[in-house]
Design a protein. Structure first.
Length: 165
């Protein structure tokens, strides 16, 4: 197999996310790119010899025909690519802490205070993920998420603690 003939990884990731979410906008949010970037990547896939169709209906983008099968195969392949990375990360899992939070909270509250935590806990490899999208603990490599909520309603099965009023 000639690896130079493979489609770009970013195009495959955009296609898989758009197919799974049935939305270019939600795929763009997940991949931290614009709606136009997702559209451009999928157009690049369509220009390849085997077309991978995504049908547009109002706000949804649904893979059809070969596109549906291709999306399933791409998802399985991307998952297989992620497994070795996850296995390597587990070696340092006891010292690694990934915290997801809103960008504004990170910039205004956490960043000015993080130095003290790092000095007190040098054994912890702290990773701060600043994002305005909700965390999906089944998909994202995140240990803790800090969010604002006045409703007090959370996803069933998650443990929530109030840390400030």
């Amino acid at each position: 197999m000639d690896l130079r003939q493979l489609p770009a990884l970013n195009a495959l990731r955009a296609f898989e996310a758009a197919a799974r979410h049935e939305s270019f906008s939600r795929a763009a949010d997940e991949l931290f790119v614009t709606h136009g970037a997702v559209s451009h990547q999928i157009r690049a896939l369509r220009s390849r010899p085997r077309r991978h169709a995504i049908r547009s209906r109002r706000q949804t983008r649904t893979p059809v025909g070969h596109g549906r099968q291709y999306a399933t195969e791409v998802r399985a392949t991307l998952s297989a690519l992620a497994e070795p990375r996850a296995a390597c990360a587990q070696g340092n899992g006891d010292r690694r802490l990934v915290v997801s939070m809103l960008s504004s909270f990170s910039a205004r509250w956490v960043t000015p205070r993080i130095g003290g935590f790092i000095e007190e806990h040098p054994e912890i490899n702290l990773e701060l993920l600043s994002t305005n999208t909700l965390t999906d603990f089944t998909r994202d490599d995140v240990d803790v998420a800090i969010r604002f909520s006045s409703l007090g309603k959370y996803v069933p099965g998650l443990h929530a603690e109030e840390i400030a009023r």
